[in-house]
Write a protein that binds this ligand. Sequence first.
Ligand code: 13P
Length: 249
Amino acid sequence: MRQKLAAGNWKMNGTGSDLAELAELIQSQGTATSELMICPPATLLSRAADLAQNSALTIGAQDCHSEQAGAHTGDISAAMLKEAGATAVILGHSERRADHSESSNTVAAKTQTAWAHGLTALVCLGETLDEREAGDTLKVVGDQLAASLPEGATGANTVLAYEPVWAIGTGKIPSLAQIAEVHDFLRAELTTRFGPQMAEATRLLYGGSVKPGNAAEIFATSNVDGALVGGASLKAADFSPIIAALDAS
Ligand code: 13P
């Protein structure tokens, strides 16, 4: 059985005062059966990890470099994230693919490095609106999956997040049939490439405008094992009902 996962991506939001939201989340969600994760900005990682110690909350990072170390000003290595207390790292988010021209090959290299340091790779995939309207969604997502995920992926070291670019931060979500189509496809692709055991063990998250009001229907959708939540993860009061909906699904 896959443990459901509610992961919050704070993106470039949050300073020390926002750690109060984590404390509130830990207090209010102590009995959740789903795994809870918050991915704060790198500057808050170690303080967030300290807060989350001995709680149900795990802490993830938002990116890492593909190299172990070296002359890469401004970048952060997987070893640094691990030491700061992260147990997972988001890789290949569409904002990194767009803002930093990250290719799927780069994402695969980062994934290898994250695994080498014991971090779970939370690998993101998703089509643009143009690609969806052209009928290319499964082709785009399938190509991203094939190139972003190296050999050696398991249900323990990998989580996939399907995040349609046009649904991120827009308040728009695909129809439930469209979400099911992509998630069913991803499960089938994993089965073909890695075998049924890996495919059955790997969590498939949906991301893009998940809110308290739409969470329950999304979590009832085929092959959705949880969510990667942006804006609605910043406040415990918004994230908590999403976690409750996941627990109830
Ligand atoms: P929103 O939930 O703000 O749409 O962001 C989704 C996302 O990009 C999570 O990684």
